[in-house]
Design a protein around this ligand. Structure first.
Ligand SMILES: NC(=O)C1=CN([C@@H]2O[C@H](COP(=O)(O)OP(=O)(O)OC[C@H]3O[C@@H](n4cnc5c(N)ncnc54)[C@H](O)[C@@H]3O)[C@@H](O)[C@H]2O)C=CC1
Ligand SMILES: O=C(O)CCC(=O)C(=O)O
Length: 380
């Protein structure tokens, strides 16, 4: 996940080259609050940028920047695929979510979000929770997914997990000839906000699991739930999850986990999960295809949270969110069919589908500024 060196400036760091595909990158620093964050806005062609905020102890600023750039670009594609009128943005806070959180930190972050005057809306991602953003909400209205008691639409990982389950159903239909979840073994990496919900749901449907997480309490909870309902849940350590003898691998932790080593190790027939940016490189989609493993493009499958928080800005409606999340099933089937008929990878098929949509939209709009009132009701 290194920031690349500009070909024209081989020794120096050229920020404009790093962000050549992006509209705007904001570095946020508040020494008193201990905040170091980066907000990346990839595109506002569709509308104001929308994307969660990740908190992670990045080893270097370059690593944090690379993550913000990649995640925000992914959000543009996710918005296109889910057909919501928002653009791609994402924020990263450099820090350890177990040690470095404070109300002041999130308030300072909220001030920076406010300074963008409606060009960027944000909420949770890996390492952050809806409660964290209650503090940020004191500084800006451009926050989504806070608990309903605070006027938000609540935990967006609920529809994200729901969408992943629809993605698994569509994939099972293509790979195993039936959309059912039961009678199969799934290997779930990451039992956080999304992964745990997916794991528990699969158990309820009659599946068996391999699971792994650095958080032992989360592993214990899923194991004991499995025991209670008579399902098999086998905890495995770190990289053993890639070798698990399962039918489907479900990555729900960090990105870059589909790489040269793991493609060689995987024994599953399909990969379907919530983690953003699962492929270390696009060529890994081709490697999976050549190995006969069906890959569900991450941004198609994990759009449930985005659908909820986009909906919140129109005035949240749970039924509408559920209906739009359910559509992930059909969208994914359409992507599989397109890849099959065009002989491409599923990632190429998904990207082409989104890029065609973007070209059409660009004819009407180039980028969003707050001067132009959007056609929906933003909470102000
Ligand atoms: N929360 C949401 O609604 C959405 C989340 N995503 C993506 O899904 C993934 C998971 O997100 P959340 O569940 O919200 O994050 P989370 O922070 O709640 O959970 C992540 C889990 O992964 C575990 N983990 C970290 N490193 C690990 C490792 N090396 N091996 C095994 N487990 C490890 C953590 O201990 C934690 O339990 C992230 O990539 C996120 O960007 C994508 C769309 C929406
Ligand atoms: O799930 C959310 O709260 C926002 C959407 C997002 O950041 C994502 O899909 O990665």
């Amino acid at each position: 996940m290194n920031v690349m060196v500009s070909p024209n400036m081989s020794q120096s760091f050229d920020m404009f080259w790093q962000m050549r595909e992006h509209e705007q990158v904001v570095f946020c620093h508040d020494e008193t609050a201990g905040l170091k964050a980066i907000i990346a806005i990839h595109s506002t062609v569709l509308g104001p940028a929308l994307g969660g905020c990740r908190m992670h102890p990045y080893a270097t600023t370059e690593e944090a920047l690379a993550d913000a750039l990649r995640l925000s670009k992914g959000m543009t594609y996710k918005c296109l695929a889910a057909d919501v009128d928002f653009g791609g943005g994402k924020a990263v806070i450099i820090g350890d979510p177990r040690k470095d959180k404070s109300p002041e930190l999130f308030r300072a972050f909220g001030q920076f979000v406010e300074s963008l005057s409606g060009r960027f809306y944000t909420g949770t991602d890996m390492g952050t929770t809806p409660d964290d953003f209650v503090h940020a909400l004191k500084e800006t209205n451009c926050i989504v997914g806070v608990p309903e008691a605070y006027g938000g639409s609540g935990d967006s990982s609920v529809p994200t997990a729901e969408g992943v389950v629809y993605g698994i159903r569509a994939t099972n239909e293509v790979v195993f000839g039936s959309r059912h979840l039961h009678g199969k073994t799934y290997a779930v990496q990451g039992l956080g906000k999304v992964g745990k919900k997916v794991a528990l749901r699969l158990l309820e449907e009659g599946a068996d699991l391999y699971v792994c997480d650095l958080n032992e309490a989360a592993v214990k909870e899923v194991v004991s739930y499995g025991r209670r309902i008579g399902a098999s849940v086998k905890p495995v350590d770190g990289t053993d999850i890639y070798r698990a003898k399962a039918d489907v691998f479900i990555p729900c932790a960090f990105g870059g986990i589909i790489n040269d080593d793991t493609v060689a190790a995987l024994q599953v027939k399909a990969v379907v999960g919530s983690a953003n940016n699962q492929l270390a490189d696009k060529r890994h989609a081709r490697m999976l295809k050549e190995k006969g493993i069906v890959y569900a493009p991450d941004y198609i499958v994990n759009a449930g949270g985005l659908i909820q928080v986009a909906d919140e800005l129109y005035g949240a409606n749970k039924e509408r969110v559920l209906a739009k999340t359910k559509a992930i099933y059909d969208t994914l089937l359409a992507i599989y069919a397109r890849a099959e008929s065009e002989g491409t990878t599923t990632v190429e098929a998904a990207d082409q589908f989104c890029e065609e949509r973007l070209e059409k939209r660009k004819r009407r709009n180039h980028f969003f500024t707050h001067q132009k009132r959007p056609k929906w009701e933003i909470r102000r």
